[in-house]
Design a protein around this ligand. Structure first.
Ligand SMILES: [Zn+2]
Length: 140
């Protein structure tokens, strides 16, 4: 398989320019040019290189009320964290990406009643909190 074919296949598989460039040893500008040529949208995907979702689930434990307890590392401020090859991530952010398949905007915190809950369905980023406040906050 030549480089061009390999790049096209990876593009169609939904990989990012930089990831493809790294894999087939070309400059990411080259990949971007081929992407443009093929008319494929430039998808910015959350990077999943540094950790696996398994690593997240292995450090969780279901608790009463449908919440999820973090059995992994906590940083000095008590935030559940996962050390990955590209640094520390909060478990909240990883949970958020698992649920929503996008990068969160602003800080991610549990939106449920349990402190430090890392359930993917229970974490919220800033726009979600603001939306919630706009709907329910004023009435309270
Ligand atoms: Zn919860």
């Amino acid at each position: 398989m030549n480089t061009r074919t390999a790049i096209e296949e990876l593009l169609h598989a939904g990989h990012g320019n930089k990831a493809i460039a790294k894999q087939v040893h070309v400059r990411h500008q080259t990949v971007a040019a081929i992407r443009a040529e093929l008319g494929l949208p430039n998808i910015v995907r959350p990077s999943r290189a540094g950790y696996s979702e398994d690593a997240f689930w292995q450090r969780t434990q279901p608790v009463d009320g449908g919440h999820l307890n973090w059995t992994g590392h906590y940083n000095s401020t008590g935030v559940p964290c996962l050390r990955t090859t590209d640094g520390m991530h909060t478990a909240y952010r990883i949970a958020f990406r698992i649920r929503w398949r996008r990068d969160p905007v602003g800080p991610v915190k549990p939106g449920c009643s349990m402190d430090r809950c890392v359930h993917p369905d229970h974490v919220e980023d800033q726009p979600m909190r603001q939306q919630y406040e706009a709907i329910f906050g004023a009435a309270a």
